[in-house]
Ligand binder design. Structure first.
Ligand code: DQQ
Length: 488
């Protein structure tokens, strides 16, 4: 049986994981908290898992940070939130979930916990819940996932929500001490019927609001009628308690990336992690005993067109092992190029195609390709439409695997080069296009020989300027045993 658990993407040893939470750089270490169900590979009673790393490559699992308190305001789950340094006191703010008056209704409240100096143990505040109810007089859909930041005069916080009959919103609060919170108003609301894409649904989860230079960015994840969709971002200005966006766009263009959370580290970098959902049916997750992994850490920046750019963190370079290099190669439909890859499950590839020396309608890479193409995933650049497609229609013959193709529109950076930066890690495919946008998918090939990497072109010839491929090593994950090993 093929083990689909990633080797260099973070995940807990077993069971269910969803949103990254409360990322914080504390005393020289990266702390990663995440939504976790210790009771199985499904979204049940949610706790906060916790891991720490000195370098984004070696991770140590730590004891659970938060667990629901029976009979308490978070009895049904410790849902998403954030971590912040409250004048030297490590602090978590999260959504407590309690069963409502009927079994299928919830009460969502916002809570605090303070940490020991090493962040290993957390104590829930006596003042909880610090925001005991949504603002009176607002007819809202959902009230969760607080995100806190420092302002000149104290603390500010947004909570993800939606205004019934209107659309998604984030509600702004202020506090002098981060314990007593006053509602200020909606920071920004967007109509679910807005004619401009992207569609942003009726409620927003996991808002992340931060400054990048002189602009502000809001990242949010779209929930509608009980279903989660994708992540979007808006860029604009923040003043007088209002956020005024100039643009709203999709974030990662793939189907499985959701609920990202950001962290600023000591180098001033803004790092983002997202939850990569499974792209397969529940039965397969149950059989394997785990569900959900973290995306690679990505670094965020803004370009002059208010485009949020993502790049994999430089630290990942250290995972590169055996290296293959190809220079100046023409490929066409009758002469594709097969890379001499031993293990195509865990590789990083950077392929640069020269548009000025190519006349192919489309070109790209086939990855996890079986000898007779019984299984393969196609990463295709269409030079007429200027689109990137990651097509997993043939990625797996397993009936439990999701299929389909996902497309992102992106012109080449300078009109002459197309750079595909691909990370393959067992069931994860992360594709960065032209060093700025990203499309992530999950795949589950069934064959041991679905390992090939092929450079191809259709309807003409494509010129590959360079291709570099590295075999990727595992990250080290410690909890007494190496839990990220094949036999988990
Ligand atoms: N996941 C959490 C919620 C959040 C959702 C529950 C987003 O707090 O809104 O596990 O995936």
């Amino acid at each position: 049986m093929i083990d689909h658990s990633p080797r260099y993407h973070f995940h807990p040893p077993a069971n269910w994981m969803n949103d990254p939470n409360g990322l914080i750089y504390w005393k020289g270490q990266y702390h990663l908290f995440y939504q976790y169900n210790p009771h199985g590979p499904f979204h049940g009673t949610i706790h906060w898992g916790h891991a720490v790393s000195p370098d984004l490559l070696r991770w140590t699992h730590l004891p659970l940070a938060l667990a629901p308190t029976p009979g308490g305001f978070d009895e049904a789950g410790c849902w998403s939130g954030c971590a912040f340094d409250r004048d030297g006191v490590p602090t978590l703010m999260y959504t407590g979930l309690r069963i409502g008056s009927t079994a299928d209704s919830w009460i969502e409240v916002q809570c605090l916990a303070t940490g020991s100096d090493d962040l290993w143990t957390w104590t829930k505040g006596r003042a909880n819940p610090v925001i005991p109810a949504p603002p009176p007089g607002l007819d809202i859909v959902g009230f969760r996932d607080p995100y806190v930041w420092r302002e000149d005069e104290g603390w500010a916080c947004v909570v993800g929500s939606g205004i019934r009959g209107s659309g998604g919103t984030v509600l702004l609060y202020r506090s002098a001490d981060a314990v007593c919170w006053d509602y200020v108003g909606p920071l920004w609301t967007r109509d679910a019927d807005a004619t401009e894409p992207p569609w942003t649904g009726s409620m927003w989860e996991c808002p992340q609001f931060f400054a990048l230079g002189d602009r502000h960015v809001l990242i949010f994840s779209i929930w509608d009628e009980g279903k989660t969709y994708y992540t979007a971002y808006a860029v604009g200005h923040y003043n007088d308690d209002r956020f005024t966006p100039r643009v709203v766009r999709r974030f990662d263009l793939g189907p499985e990336y959701y609920a990202p959370a950001v962290m600023r580290d000591e180098h001033g970098r803004l790092l983002v992690w997202g939850w990569l959902r499974e792209g397969r049916r529940k039965a397969a997750r149950r059989e394997d005993g785990w569900s959900g992994v973290m995306s690679l850490p990505r670094v965020l920046s803004l370009d002059d067109d208010d485009r949020l750019q993502v790049a994999p963190a430089d630290e990942l370079r250290a995972l590169g092992g055996d290296h293959y290099h190809v220079d100046s190669l023409d490929v066409d439909a009758v002469a594709p190029h097969q890379m001499p890859v031993v293990n195509g499950e865990c590789v990083e590839i950077i392929a640069e195609f020269d548009l000025l020396k190519s006349d192919a309608r489309s070109f790209g890479l086939l990855v996890r390709c079986a000898p007779q193409r019984e299984e393969y995933t196609a990463i295709v650049y269409d030079s007429v439409a200027c689109t990137l497609t990651v097509d997993r229609e043939h990625a797996s013959v397993a009936p439990t695997s999701y299929r389909g193709a996902y497309t992102a529109t992106a012109a080449s950076e300078d009109g002459a080069l197309v750079a595909l930066h691909v990370f393959l890690d067992c069931s994860v495919v992360e594709v960065y296009l032209n060093h700025c946008s990203c499309l992530t998918e999950r795949i589950y090939p069934t064959r041991a020989d679905s390992q090939g990497v092929v450079v191809f072109a259709r309807d003409g010839r494509a010129h590959l300027r360079t291709l570099d491929l590295w075999q990727m090593k595992k990250i080290r994950v410690d909890d007494g045993t190496d839990t990220n090993s094949h036999g988990r």
